[in-house]
Design a protein around this ligand. Structure first.
Ligand code: PGA
Length: 260
């Protein structure tokens, strides 16, 4: 039986501030006491430095717990004339361990194709970062019963370009587009069904990866619905948007994952 440590990752998107980081850490130090779940903060790049400093300042209070830092995006290129972009090396230098790849907002609003996503996945790993790969179907795709097809396509491009073993150092986040930022989360059953599908698909190429990969659910997770979603056998925690901006709510989600 695989031991998959639950994870709660906060995706601040283009929100938050150094004060939010400060507020979170003042509460973390009292509330996050063990390593039964991993907690990842993904602030905008400009706040990585503040979060890193807070991690160092609170090292003692947080000893025994797993609080880590991630970014929300990276360039697929190593360096060069790419105005406004940030490379994997830069994120690693800033102290990131994780990076979100292929979030639906980036696919939809910034033209990130599955091909680009696959290159970003490789770029992350090249610099020792663990990609948190987001996949998910739109509302119309779900209504047309194309959920599995869409997810399989998004996964397959990354598998084809990077190989299945690349998933040994990756996390997947199932984020149905109709649930992201809408206040309408997937039901625990809907999440479990897709998570089981993702695990099975990876198991077909590597039973080891299928059993061990952590699959997070994302999309309107709140303290009110998290316990039932996180309790599903193939759900290993959550990628949290809106609720990660409220330190009390985020900490409640962390506690729920710790007892899941
Ligand atoms: P949400 O966002 O929790 O606000 O729905 C989740 C995400 O986009 O990662």
């Amino acid at each position: 039986m695989a031991l998959r440590r639950p994870m709660v990752a906060g995706n601040w998107k283009m929100n938050g501030s150094a004060e939010l980081a400060q507020d979170l850490f003042s509460k973390f130090a009292r509330k996050i006491k063990d390593d039964s779940a991993e907690v990842v903060l993904c602030p905008p790049v400009i706040y990585l430095e503040s979060v890193k400093r807070l991690m160092e300042e609170n090292k003692e209070a947080l000893s025994g717990s797993l609080v880590r830092m991630g970014a929300q995006n990276l360039s697929q290129h190593q360096f060069g004339a790419y105005t406004g972009e940030v490379s994997g090396q830069m994120l690693a230098d800033a102290g990131c361990r994780y990076v979100i790849i292929g979030h639906s907002e980036r696919r939809r609003m910034y033209g990130e194709t599955s091909d680009i996503v696959a290159d970003k996945f490789a770029a992350a790993q090249r610099h020792g970062l663990t990609p948190i790969l987001c996949v998910g179907e739109s509302g119309p795709a779900r209504e047309a019963r194309r959920t599995f097809e869409v997810i399989a396509e998004e996964l397959d491009v990354v598998i084809e370009k990077n190989g299945t073993m690349a998933f040994d150092n990756a996390i997947i986040a199932y984020e149905p587009l109709w649930a992201v930022g809408t206040g309408k989360s997937a039901t625990p059953e809907q999440a479990q069904e897709v998570h089981a599908f993702i695990r099975k698909r990876l198991s077909e190429v590597s039973p080891y990866i299928g059993e061990n990969i952590r699959i997070l659910y994302g999309g309107s997770v709140t303290p009110a619905n998290a316990a039932d979603i996180f309790a599903q056998p193939d759900v290993d925690g959550g990628l949290i948007g809106g609720a990660s901006l409220n330190s009390a709510e985020f900490l409640t989600l962390c506690s729920i994952a710790m007892s899941a």
